[in-house]
Design a binder for this molecule. Structure first.
Ligand SMILES: CC(C)(COP(=O)(O)OP(=O)(O)OC[C@H]1O[C@@H](n2cnc3c(N)ncnc32)[C@H](O)[C@@H]1OP(=O)(O)O)[C@@H](O)C(=O)NCCC(=O)NCCS
Length: 423
C-alpha cells in the first residue's frame, strides 16, 4: 500500500508548478485525476515538441501516474461533471491565473460549498498586495523573489537559474501544505484553502541571501564573498556571489583537466574547516596547516583567491572524476560538474529509481526523472503520463458511478472531448 492510497486529487493544473505538485502526490500513492480542456489539454502537451503530434517531453515528464479526463468546464454538462468530481475528491489543486477559478464558478467559496471536506491547493504568482492580479511564469518568479538579483557574477547581469525554483519550488511548498491540511482534516473534519505564491516560495528558497542582507547592513561587508578578499567595496544590498559558497565554508568552482574544450570539466571544491588539513595534504602544502595566514578560517578568508588558485593548479592536472576520488579520500566535500548527458547515462541513478525509462504508446521509450523521495514502506512505480482524455469514460463510470447511458449522453454533448471507445 502506498502512503497516500485512498486520497483522491482533482488535478486542475497546467504547465509546471501545479503539475509538479500533483505528480509528487501521485507518486506517493494518491489517485490523481487531471482535468483538461477538450481537444487541447494542458498547453504543454503541444509545447517544445520533439516528435510531431506526440505529447511533448515537457508534458510527459510532469504528469506521470495521473489519469486524464477532458471537461469543458464552461459548458453545462462539463460543470455538472466537475461538480460531481468535486464531491468525490479530497483535494483540488489549481494554478490558473488570478480570478480564473472564480470566473469559471469554481472558486474556493463555491468548491467549499459543494464539498466542505475538500482541500483546495492554489498557486498564484503573488500573494495579497499590489501585484496579486498579475500572471507569473518561472523566470518572473525568480526575478521578483530575490533569486535573480543574487545569481550570477557581481559585474554581470542578473541571472535566472536552471533549477525551476519558481514553478517546481512552489509546487513542492504546495504539496507540503496540502498534506498538512489532510492531516488537520482528520481532527476538524473540514477542508481548507492552501495557497502558495511563487514570489514567496522563491524568497523562502533564497533565505540565505536575506541572511546576508542583514549581515551586510550590520558589518558593511560579507567576508566570505570573493570581492571581500579582493578588497572591493560592497554596496547596500546582497551582491551576486558568482560561485562563492552560500554558507560558512568557502567554496569555488575550479577548472579540471580538459576545461579548454569541455564546458563541464570543473569541480566544486569546498575548503571545509574540518577537512582543511586534508586539503593541505591533498595538494601537498603541509605548511598551510600551521602558517598563521592559512591555519584558521578567519585568516583563510583573507586569502581566498590565492588559496583557490593554488588548489586549481592541482585540479587542472586531473580529471574531475580523479579529483572527486582523491579529495574524498581526504573527506573533502567536492562535486564534479555533471552534464545532463552524464546524468542521463549514469547507471546508479536508474538503479535507485531517480532516473527511469518508460514505454509510451505514441513516443516509444523515453527517459524521465523519477521520484526523488524514497520511502521505506511506500514504493513508487513511475508510470507514463496519460494521453489526453484517456480515462474520461473510466472516471465517469468508476469514480462518478455514471451508467453507460448517462456516460454516453454526457459524452454526446461534446463537453467531454471527442467520443472514443470506452476504455
Ligand atoms: C501560467 C499563466 C501565466 C498562464 O496564463 P494563461 O495561459 O493565460 O492561462 P490562464 O490561467 O489565464 O487560463 C486560461 C483560461 O483557460 C480556462 N480554462 C482552463 N481549463 C479549462 C477547461 N477545462 N475548460 C474551459 N476553460 C478552461 C480558464 O478558465 C481561463 O479562462 P478565463 O481567462 O476566461 O477565465 C497563469 O495561469 C498564471 O499566472 N497562473 C498562476 C501562476 C502559475 O502557476 N504560474 C506558473 C505556471 S507553471
Amino acid at each position: 500500500m502506498a502512503a497516500l492510497s485512498g486520497l483522491r486529487i482533482l488535478d486542475f493544473t497546467h504547465i509546471q508548478s501545479g503539475p509538479f505538485c500533483t505528480q509528487h502526490l501521485a507518486w506517493l500513492g494518491a489517485d490523481v485525476i487531471k482535468v483538461e480542456r477538450p481537444g487541447i489539454g494542458d498547453m504543454t502537451r503541444s509545447q517544445l515538441r520533439d516528435i510531431p503530434d506526440v505529447d511533448s517531453l515537457y508534458f510527459t515528464m510532469l504528469n506521470h501516474n495521473k489519469r486524464s479526463i477532458e471537461i469543458d468546464t464552461k459548458s453545462e454538462t462539463g460543470r455538472a461533471v466537475l461538480t460531481r468530481l468535486i464531491e468525490e475528491c479530497d483535494v483540488l489543486v489549481e494554478n490558473y491565473a488570478p480570478g480564473a477559478m472564480d470566473r469559471m464558478g469554481f472558486g474556493w467559496a463555491a468548491c467549499h460549498a459543494i464539498n466542505p471536506r475538500l482541500i483546495m491547493g492554489s498557486v498564484k504568482g503573488f500573494g495579497p498586495g499590489p501585484y496579486e492580479d498579475c500572471k507569473v511564469y518561472e523566470n518572473v518568479a525568480q526575478c521578483v523573489g530575490g533569486s535573480a538579483a543574487t545569481t550570477g557574477f557581481a559585474d554581470g547581469v542578473p541571472l535566472v537559474t536552471a533549477a525551476q525554483i519558481g514553478d517546481a519550488g512552489t509546487g513542492m511548498h504546495l504539496a507540503l501544505g496540502i498534506l498538512a491540511a489532510v492531516i488537520q482534516r482528520e481532527t476538524t473534519g473540514k477542508g481548507q484553502l492552501v495557497e502558495v505564491a511563487m514570489q514567496d516560495a522563491v524568497l523562502n528558497l533564497c533565505r540565505v541571501k536575506m541572511r546576508d542582507q542583514q549581515r551586510l547592513e550590520r558589518l558593511g561587508k560579507l567576508p566570505e564573498y570573493s570581492q571581500a578578499s579582493r578588497g572591493e567595496p560592497f554596496g547596500d544590498t546582497t551582491p551576486r556571489a558568482g560561485n562563492d559558497s552560500g554558507g560558512g565554508q568557502p567554496g569555488r568552482t575550479l577548472k579540471c583537466a580538459g576545461w579548454e574544450d569541455d564546458p563541464n570539466a570543473y569541480i566544486y571544491f569546498v575548503i571545509q574547516t574540518a577537512a582543511w588539513e586534508g586539503v593541505c595534504d591533498l595538494i601537498e602544502r603541509p605548511e598551510w596547516k600551521t602558517d598563521p595566514t592559512t591555519a584558521t578560517i578567519e585568516a583563510r578568508v583573507q586569502r581566498l583567491d590565492e588559496i583557490f588558485a593554488t588548489i586549481e593548479s592541482w585540479t587542472m592536472q586531473r580529471s574531475k572524476f580523479e579529483v572527486m576520488e582523491k579529495a574524498n579520500g581526504h573527506k573533502i566535500p567536492v562535486g564534479p560538474v555533471l552534464s545532463m548527458k552524464e546524468l542521463a547515462e549514469e547507471p546508479s541513478l536508474y538503479e535507485s529509481g531517480t532516473m527511469v525509462r518508460l514505454p509510451h504508446p505514441e513516443r516509444g521509450e523515453y527517459r524521465s526523472v523519477g521520484c526523488a523521495i524514497k520511502m521505506g514502506d511506500s514504493h513508487v512505480d513511475v508510470e507514463r503520463s496519460p494521453l489526453l482524455g484517456e480515462h474520461t469514460q473510466e472516471i465517469l463510470r468508476d469514480v462518478l458511478g455514471y451508467s453507460d447511458a448517462d456516460a454516453a449522453l454526457a459524452t454526446a454533448s461534446g463537453a467531454l472531448g471527442k467520443e472514443r471507445a470506452a476504455n
